[in-house]
Structure formats: C-alpha cells, structure tokens
Write a protein that binds this ligand. Structure first.
Ligand SMILES: Cc1cc2nc3c(=O)[nH]c(=O)nc-3n(C[C@H](O)[C@H](O)[C@H](O)COP(=O)(O)OP(=O)(O)OC[C@H]3O[C@@H](n4cnc5c(N)ncnc54)[C@H](O)[C@@H]3O)c2cc1C
Length: 451
C-alpha cells in the first residue's frame, strides 16, 4: 500500500489495497462510518434508526475536545431536536436569541427570525459535550461504536469499488492491532483532513471557498450572553483610532455560561491575508484591543490558541463515488456565508443515511447505484445554488473595500440587516415565508446548483 502524502503531520490514510476482498463477499456491517463527529454520529443515528447495521469507527475516545466556536444558529438547534436530543437549558444548553453584529462603529442586535421551519433560538455547548451526546444517541439507536480505532486505508475490490476499510485499534503505540472491516457502503465522515477521500484520489477544489479559524477560551465576565457576537472588522488598535489598522478576518466572542468565553477568528481564502498570517498573533492583537474589563488577555487564557481549516462550499466533490459517500467537512459542507459547519454536517449525515437506506433495500448493481447517487443529488438540491452564491459572496468580501462599504452602508439599516441575517444563516421558510424568504428562495432558484 502506498501512503498518500499530505502536508499535515497527523497520520495519513494509505491508498486502497486492490482485490483484497474474497470472492464470496462477507460483510462485517451494512455500512461503515469513518469518524464520529457530528456528521458521522448523525448518519449512524439515522441509519441505525432505520434498522441498518452500522459500524462507527472513531480514532479518539469520548468525551474528547474538538477545536470549534461552539456556537449554533437555529439551524443547529433544529438538527439536534430532529435527533431527539433534549436541548433545554435544564439539560445544560445555553440558549441565545440572536446575533450581535459589530462593525463600522456600530453594534446591532438581530433576533433570529420567527419561522415555521426553524426554532427561534440558537445554542452554545462545548464540543466535548455536544459530540459525546450525539455519539451516545447513535449508539442508543443501535450503532456499534469502536473508539480508539483509526482507519488507515480503504479496501477496494477488483473493480476499484470500496468494500471496507483497514484500521488500527488500541491506545499506545505498542498496543495497536490491525483490523479490516468490510461493508458494501462506506461513509467518509473524517472531517476537514478528508484523508479517506484523499486516499481515493479525491482532492480538494482550491477554487472553492476555504477558511482557517482559530479559537481560545478565556475566563471573562462576558460569559453569560443572550446573543452570539460576530465582529465584521478586526483592528490592531482601538477601533476607529487614526493609527489603527484593519486586520484580515472576522471574529466571534461566544459566552459559554460557565465563567468562560470562546473567542476566535476566521480568515477566508479570498483574503490577501490567507495563509500569510500568524493566526495566533492575529487573535491576540485583536483581543488586546477589546475593552480591558472583558478580560480577554493572556493572563485569563484557559488554553493555547488552536485552529483548523473550514472546508466550505462543496470544496470536495463528487459526494458519491465507488461505494463511498463524503459527508460533512469531508465533502466541504461548511456554509461559505457564515462558516457554520455543525448543522450542515448533521444534515448531510441525514441525507447520506436516507440514500443508503434506500440503496441497501436493492440488490447490488445499477439500481443500488442509482439510489446512492441520490445523495449528491440531495446535497446539490438543498445547498448547491446557495453555496454557489456563497462562493461569490466570499470572493466579494475578500476585498476589504467591498466589505467596508457593506458594513458602513448595511449596518445602519436594521430591516436590511434582518434580510442579511436570514441569507447568511440560511434561515428561511421555503413555503409561506415573507417577502425576504421569497427573494432568497427566488435567488437560489435561478442560480445553477454546484455539485
Ligand atoms: C476554529 C473553528 C471554529 C468553528 N466554529 C464553529 C461554530 O461555532 N459553529 C459551527 O456550526 N461550526 C463551527 N466550525 C466548523 C465545525 O467544527 C465543523 O464543520 C464540524 O465539526 C464538522 O463535523 P464533521 O463531523 O464533518 O467533522 P469533525 O467534527 O471534524 O469530526 C471528524 C471525526 O472523525 C474522526 N476521525 C478523523 N480521522 C479518522 C480516522 N482515520 N479514523 C477514525 N476516525 C477518524 C475525528 O476524530 C473526529 O471525531 C468551526 C471550525 C473551526 C476550525
């Protein structure tokens, strides 16, 4: 097996081994899911709920940390409710009623819209908890979870179709054992690295949007906040001061409700600063210029600054090929308008499960393939046009002059900003909505879908 080269230092997934499957196909599960983040756990939950035998392979052990902003819009709330998760405050969730937008010298609080399709509140919860709850829900529905099991390669049959995976299981280096698991369908839910897809030669499309984001926790009196706070401009001095310079990127400060805040920033690949900036320094520079009393200073930091990529706008496709479905970050499903990834990971997990359930009810062959092709079709129908518009948006706001003009001229108009919030957070009622819903629906209808 040849190792796939990848810039990251994390272990790579090797390219597939040909013809390893015996001719009398025996499978270890109906479906193998690689990775138990929000996409993998949601897919496993929906598959198991439909009675499918799912093997969920995860390289870590829960609860485990994941670098994230920990914020959810009502789209995330809906996805959790859909999976039967109790999202009440009594169950430990922090509710928020909207987005506070800061930029152009203004500060605007916008409540989440009142819609039939979505609840009117968002949530905050550390990923260590959120991902643990999701995987527990999948296991309760019947998924078989193997933790500390790192998938190392796809197994291919003689036709080049993926029919399983090899994996290393165990904790310490000396204790790892090699395994192979076989299934007629594999879901790659291994996150932004996309290593499973890479091992099959499925590269990222660098022309589509991509971001990098970093975050750090601070103890802060701003820990209780009814709004998610988003900064459209970051400055290296007091905002508006004559000698203050505009920095690349967009920031957030989310109260965690436990005495801490999650503060972070993201930079898009359309920005001149992308990959030419020290993101950790950028975060500190910005936060050093926020009010002293918020406490966002080195001495109150609770952890080092950590970061990861934000794969957006379907930047890895096709979403289905040769027995493998790319789900969540692995298929670049982060919303390019606002960098939100968790709900899209969970929803794409559901779309994948729906296609696989139908596929498994058909014999292997053309009929099953048609059902599996339903997954990329569903992704394109749901977000393809919206993400194409998102790609244009990312290019436009990569130009600081355009961004400044939008901030200066947009923010002073609350009605316009309500519309912008619906567009950016992808929160509309497709049927029976108001005028702004109808405009957004019409826009996505006339835009050709990305695939
Ligand atoms: C700094 C930052 C802030 C963010 N803030 C937000 C936010 O506030 N709200 C939001 O909605 N989104 C946010 N996102 C995006 C969000 O984190 C992702 O979109 C989301 O986690 C994608 O879920 P996933 O299941 O596709 O992948 P992941 O959550 O990355 O899960 C992948 C899983 O696969 C496992 N895995 C990987 N390789 C293997 C292997 N070889 N074998 C077995 N298991 C494997 C991993 O351990 C992991 O558990 C943020 C991202 C970053 C980087």
């Amino acid at each position: 097996m040849t190792a796939i080269s990848d810039a990251s230092s994390a272990p790579t997934i090797a390219a597939g081994a040909l013809g390893e499957l015996p001719s009398d196909r025996t499978y270890d599960a109906d479906v193998i899911v690689v990775g138990a983040g929000p996409s993998g756990s949601a897919a496993a939950y929906w598959l198991a709920t439909a009675g499918v035998d799912v093997l969920l392979l995860e390289k870590t052990t829960f609860p485990r940390e994941k670098v994230c902003g920990d914020g959810l819009t009502p789209r995330g709330t809906r996805a959790l409710v859909d999976m039967g998760i109790d999202v009440s405050e009594e169950a430990g969730w922090l509710h928020n009623k909207g987005l506070r937008v800061i930029g152009g010298g203004l500060r605007l609080e916008l409540n989440w819209p009142e819609l039939a399709s979505f609840p009117d509140y968002g949530l905050v919860r550390p990923r260590a908890d959120l991902d643990h709850l999701l995987v527990q829900q999948a296991v309760q529905a019947g998924a078989r979870l193997h933790e500390q099991t790192s998938v190392t390669a796809p197994i291919l049959d003689a036709q080049g179709r993926v029919v399983g995976v090899t994996a290393k299981a165990g904790a310490g280096a000396g204790e790892k054992t090699e395994h192979s698991y076989r299934a007629p369908v594999v879901l790659a839910c291994d996150g932004v690295s996309g290593r499973f897809a890479l091992a099959l030669g499925m590269q990222r499309n660098d022309k589509r949007p991509m971001g990098v984001a970093v975050r750090r926790y601070y103890s802060s009196p701003r820990t209780n906040d009814d709004y998610l706070e988003s900064w459209l401009e970051l400055w290296d001095g007091p905002p508006g001061a004559d000698d203050a310079r505009l920095l690349p990127g967009y920031g957030w400060i989310f109260g965690m409700g436990d005495g801490s805040v999650n503060a972070g920033l993201g930079v898009l690949n359309s920005s001149a600063g992308f990959q030419k900036t020290n993101y950790r320094t950028l975060l500190t520079t910005w936060l050093d210029n926020t009010p002293e009393e918020w406490g966002l200073r080195e001495e109150n930091a609770l952890c080092p600054t950590q970061g990861a990529g934000l794969p957006m706008g379907f930047n890895r496709t096709p979403h289905y090929r040769n027995g493998v479905l790319l789900v969540g970050d692995s298929g670049g499903s982060v919303n390019p308008f606002n960098g939100e990834g968790i709900p899209y990971a969970m929803e794409s997990g559901k779309f994948a499960a729906e296609a696989v359930v139908q596929a498994l009810a058909r014999p292997e062959g053309a009929g099953r393939e048609r059902a599996l092709a339903g997954y990329p079709a569903a992704m394109a129908a749901e977000w393809g046009a919206y993400y194409r518009l998102g790609g244009v948006f990312v290019k436009l706001i990569g130009n600081p002059a355009v961004m400044r003009a939008c901030t200066r001229h947009g923010l002073p108009h609350p009605r316009l900003m309500k519309f912008v919030l619906k567009l950016l957070a992808n929160l509309t009622d497709p049927h029976d909505g108001d005028a702004s819903d109808r405009i957004i629906t019409a826009l996505t209808k006339v835009t050709p879908a990305l695939r």
